[in-house]
Design a protein around this ligand. Structure first.
Ligand SMILES: [Zn+2]
Length: 556
C-alpha cells in the first residue's frame, strides 16, 4: 500500500496532525503526482494561477470565474486530494440542481478517482460506499453531494469539514448558504469554498466578492513594466490580451496573485477573511499565443485558435453582459424587475395603516388574513420578521394592506406575542408563516390563535404551485408564487396604505429581481444586503386568502 507514496517527491507521508497545522505537502504537488485526467498526468503548467487555490489552505475561498477556466476540475481534484490526505475529513458539495450535482459527482469525481491509479488503489475499496451522493475513502474520509436551489432542506443533518458551493450565483444566500454552513459547526476545520460565474451586480457572488480580498492575477508588461489585471474588454487585442499602457502583448505567465482589497490590519481575523480569486479566459496561458511561444508549433497554433474563438465571441456577442460574465468573469448590469417604483407608488391609495382596529376599520371588508416572514437570524443581520395584514374588500375584489410591521430582531417571545395580539385584533381567518426558520414561532402562534387558523408554507422548487405535504405544512414553488403575486400587483388588484407609510415595503419589493439559472430556470433573487422580507410576508398573507377562499388557481 505504501508503495504509492514513493511517487511523491517528499517524505514522510502527508498527515494532518491538528486542525490548523499545515499539511506537510503542497496539495498542488500531490494533485500532479496522483491525479490522471483522461489517461494523462494532471499538470498545472498551463494553469499557474490554480496552484494558489490548492495550496493556500484559506479557511474561506471564493472562485469568481468565467466559463471554461477549469473551475469544476479544480474543485473536484482539490477535494479528492484533500480527502485522500486527511483521514476522516469530510467534504460536502452543493450545486443548484440534482442534474448538476449528479454530473459533477459522476464525470468529475468518480471518473477521476477511478482512473487515477494511485487514488484508486489506495483510497477506493469495493466494500466502501461509492454512490453518486456519497463516497467513502479507505482513510475514513468522505464526500457528500447534494443540491439546493431555493430551500436548504437537503443540507440539514450531516456534519462536515468543508462545504463547497458550486454555481453559487444560482443559490439563494439566505437561507441556503447560511443553513449549509451550519453543517460546519462541529468541525475542527470549518472550511468554506464558493465557486461560480458572475451575473448581475446584485447577485450572491458579487456580494461575496465585495467582502473578499478581491485577489487579481496581476501581470507585468514585458515592454513598459507596468502591472495590470484584466477586468474589462479594453485589453482585448488581435493576438491576445494587451498592455493598457503601451499595447504590447501581455503574457499571463508573468502574473502573480495580488489582493486588491487586502484585509485591514485591525480587522484581521483569519476565520473571517474570504480569499477571493478572479479567474477569466483572458489570463489562461493556453488561450494566449504570447504564453505559448517556445512550446512548439502545435501548442502555439492551438492558442491562436483559442484566442480567435474569444475574439469571435466578443464580436458576435449579442449581450455584452453575458460576455463580461462568461468570458471576463465579472458581474454586470442589474437584475430585471417585473414591477417599477411608479407602479408600486400608484397602489398607495388606501387608508392609513392601523395596528389595533376598531369597528369602523372592519366596514366593507369580508375577512382579514395575515402573513409572517420569520427572521432567519441570518449572518448578514439583515433578515427581519415582518407581519402583514390584508383585508379583502368584496365590492371591488381588492386586497387591501391594512397594516404591516417590521420587527428588527430574531423572534423573541414578545415579538410572537405582539403578532398574535394584532392578528387577534383583526380577527384574521388565517395566518401563514414561513416554515423554514419559523417552526417554533408558528407553533407558539398556533397555541395563541388556535391551530385551525395558523398554517405554514415552505418555499422550494416544485411542479405544483402549492400542495399540502400530508403532515404539517404546505410546500410551494417559490418562483410561481412570486410571479403570481407580481401579476396581481401589476393588475392593481391590490391597494396599499398611504405612500408615507409604505416606503419600507416598497423598497423590499423592489429588491427582488429576476435571473435565469445555468440550467435555464427562472428564479427570483435579492441581494443578501437588501432584504425582501416584506414581500414574502405579503405573499404569505395573500396565500392565506387564497386558501380561505379555496382558490388554488395560479398562473403557471
Ligand atoms: Zn506595457
Amino acid at each position: 500500500m505504501f508503495l504509492s507514496l514513493l511517487f511523491l517527491p517528499y517524505d514522510p507521508p502527508v498527515t494532518m496532525v491538528s486542525a490548523m497545522a499545515p499539511l506537510s505537502a503542497y496539495l498542488s504537488d500531490v494533485a500532479e503526482a496522483w491525479i490522471k485526467l483522461d489517461g494523462k498526468d494532471f499538470r498545472l503548467d498551463d494553469w499557474p494561477m490554480h496552484r494558489a487555490i490548492y495550496d493556500g489552505r484559506h479557511l474561506r475561498t471564493l472562485l469568481k470565474t468565467s466559463r471554461q477556466v477549469g473551475k469544476s476540475t479544480t474543485l473536484a481534484n482539490f477535494c479528492i486530494v484533500e480527502c485522500s490526505l486527511i483521514p476522516h475529513f469530510s467534504s460536502m458539495f452543493v450545486t443548484p440542481s440534482k442534474e448538476q450535482t449528479v454530473r459533477f459527482s459522476n464525470s468529475r469525481v468518480q471518473k477521476t478517482m477511478r482512473y487515477s491509479p494511485i487514488i484508486n488503489r489506495r483510497f477506493l475499496h469495493p466494500e466502501l460506499s461509492d454512490r453518486v451522493f456519497h463516497k467513502q475513502f479507505t482513510n475514513g474520509a468522505e464526500m457528500l453531494f447534494t443540491y439546493a436551489l431555493d430551500d436548504a432542506d437537503r443540507l440539514r443533518g450531516p456534519s462536515v469539514d468543508r462545504t463547497n458551493y458550486d454555481e453559487i450565483q444560482d443559490l439563494l444566500y439566505d437561507p441556503v448558504v447560511i443553513v449549509g454552513n451550519e453543517t460546519l459547526s462541529e468541525s475542527d476545520y470549518q472550511f468554506e469554498t464558493y465557486a461560480g460565474t458572475p451575473k448581475t451586480m446584485e447577485n450572491t457572488i458579487e456580494y461575496l466578492w465585495e467582502k473578499s480580498t478581491q485577489t487579481e492575477w496581476v501581470i507585468q508588461c514585458d515592454a513598459c513594466k507596468k502591472h495590470q489585471f484584466i477586468v474589462s474588454d479594453a485589453c482585448i487585442g488581435k493576438r491576445g490580451p494587451e498592455c493598457l499602457g503601451c499595447r504590447a502583448p501581455l503574457n499571463p505567465r508573468n502574473g502573480q496573485w495580488i489582493d486588491t482589497n487586502p484585509p485591514k490590519i485591525d480587522q484581521i481575523h483569519p476565520e473571517t477573511i474570504l480569499k477571493g480569486f478572479h479567474i477569466n479566459q483572458l489570463i489562461m496561458p493556453s488561450n494566449v499565443p504570447a504564453a505559448m511561444q517556445g512550446q512548439g508549433p502545435d501548442r502555439l497554433a492551438l492558442a491562436e485558435k483559442r484566442w480567435a474563438r474569444i475574439l469571435r465571441k466578443y464580436e458576435e456577442a449579442t449581450s455584452m453582459a453575458v460576455f463580461k460574465n462568461e468570458v471576463l468573469g465579472v458581474s454586470d448590469a442589474i437584475g430585471a424587475r417585473l414591477i417599477s417604483l411608479e407602479e408600486l407608488e400608484s397602489l398607495c391609495l388606501g387608508p392609513a395603516l392601523v395596528q389595533f382596529p376598531a369597528a369602523p376599520d372592519f366596514q366593507g371588508y369580508s375577512l382579514h388574513v395575515a402573513g409572517v416572514d420569520w427572521s432567519g437570524g441570518g449572518q448578514s443581520g439583515l433578515s427581519r420578521t415582518v407581519l402583514w395584514i390584508w383585508g379583502f374588500r368584496p365590492h371591488d375584489q381588492k386586497l387591501v394592506c391594512k397594516y404591516y410591521k417590521v420587527f428588527p430582531n430574531t423572534n423573541p417571545v414578545h415579538t410572537v406575542e405582539e403578532i398574535a395580539t394584532i392578528c387577534a385584533g383583526y380577527e384574521v381567518s388565517m395566518v401563514i408563516g414561513d416554515a423554514g426558520e419559523g417552526m417554533l414561532a408558528n407553533s407558539t402562534l398556533a397555541t395563541k390563535l388556535g391551530p385551525h387558523r395558523v398554517h405554514q408554507v415552505q418555499y422550494g422548487a416544485q411542479k405544483e404551485p402549492i400542495k399540502w405535504n400530508g403532515r404539517d405544512r404546505y410546500t410551494a414553488d417559490r418562483t410561481t408564487l412570486i410571479d403570481n403575486f407580481f401579476m396581481i400587483l401589476k393588475k392593481a388588484q391590490v391597494e396599499f396604505g398611504p405612500l408615507s407609510e409604505m416606503h419600507v415595503a416598497i423598497e423590499d419589493i423592489l429588491n427582488e429581481y429576476e435571473e435565469v439559472t445555468q440550467s435555464g430556470r427562472k428564479v427570483w433573487r435579492h441581494s443578501p444586503q437588501r432584504p425582501d422580507d416584506c414581500l414574502h410576508a405579503a405573499i404569505f398573507g395573500w396565500v392565506a386568502l387564497k386558501l380561505v377562499q379555496n382558490d388554488m388557481k395560479f398562473y403557471h
